[in-house]
Design a protein around this ligand. Structure first.
Ligand code: AMP
Length: 287
């Protein structure tokens, strides 16, 4: 695997990889890699001849008081994992390369970024859309893969690519979980042993809420029970626990919903200093 950190070397490397007409996939990450990231690389290998991975902890998607400085950075370990996973190219730019003096362009997707994480993290999705646009322009892949773990992020990126006629396929990959069901995340490393044990309440309570709703239970009640379970487990703040229409993230009108409509339950909650997010699919019941 070749690792490059300046634009000229990147262009030479992608040109070399493509010179026989081979296809290229990109997996953008912020590093501190785990099996969720590696699942994206695996899927990317099935989709293209070569896989490029980017590692960049993007400052513009962190808000004030968020964990930019504390965010885990472990490049040597990440490189070894990517080498073993069969990535061909690692793009690892520094902040100066991504945001040189005078940088001013911002990409905004106000509808997709509305509510959910967008409401709690102002500017976050502008930072995400802008950096992903840059990474796509820099690497110029045929396909880019993103985790459903960050479901609203995936919606933001799909909107951007559609609206700006970007010539790349965006593919979502289902969430990879720990054995007990907690969604894998680089931020799980912040959890104490005790918090880690309590954190599993998040996916468990979501599954209970989904079962309740799918058997005709009231949505408000199921979501209130979910939030109560989180509180009981030691989560001190729930930013949101919402049902949205899966493909548009629109707020559903439950009185008008057709049975079989694909929905998504999305939750963000804080335990200790860590903010965890998760989402799961469900079908609106036919009753
Ligand atoms: P991050 O390094 O957290 O920015 O994530 C990089 C990519 O990996 C994003 O597309 C995430 O959605 C994806 N990702 C993170 N965690 C998981 C997971 N548990 N399962 C699948 N994809 C994930």
């Amino acid at each position: 695997m070749q690792a490059v950190s300046d634009i000229m070397s990147l262009r030479t490397a992608t040109k070399d990889l493509r010179n026989t007409g081979a296809s290229l996939a990109l997996v953008p990450t912020m590093g501190a890699l785990h099996d969720g990231h590696l699942a994206l690389v695996e899927q990317a290998k099935r989709r293209a001849d070569h896989v490029a991975v980017s590692i960049f902890v993007n400052p513009t998607q962190f808000g004030e008081g968020e964990d930019l400085d504390a965010y885990p950075r472990q490049l040597a370990r990440d490189k070894a994992l990517l080498e073993e996973a069969g990535a061909a190219l690692l793009w690892v730019p520094d902040v100066q390369t991504m945001y040189p003096a005078g940088f001013q362009t911002v990409i905004s997707t106000p509808q997709a970024a509305q509510g959910l994480c967008g409401a709690k993290r102002p500017g976050h999705f502008d930072g995400v859309a802008t950096v992903v646009c840059k990474l796509l322009n820099q690497v110029d892949p045929d396909i880019a893969l993103f985790g459903e773990k960050d479901y609203q992020q995936l919606a933001v990126i799909k909107s951007m690519v559609r609206d700006l006629d970007m010539d790349v396929t965006i593919e979502g990959v289902p969430t990879i979980r720990e054995a007990d069901g907690l969604a894998m995340s680089s931020r799980n490393a912040y959890l104490s042993v005790e918090q880690r044990q309590s954190a599993v309440t998040l996916p468990n309570a979501m599954k209970v809420a989904i079962a309740e709703i799918q058997t005709g239970g009231k949505v408000d009640q199921a979501l209130a029970t979910l939030q109560h379970a989180l509180e009981q487990a030691g989560f001190h703040q729930c930013d949101y626990a919402e049902l949205r229409v899966a493909n548009s993230l629109a707020v559903p009108d439950f009185d008008m919903l057709k049975g079989g409509t694909e929905l998504r339950l999305l939750v963000a909650a804080h335990i200790g200093k860590t903010r965890l997010i998760d989402n799961m699919p469900l079908l609106w019941p036919t009753i």
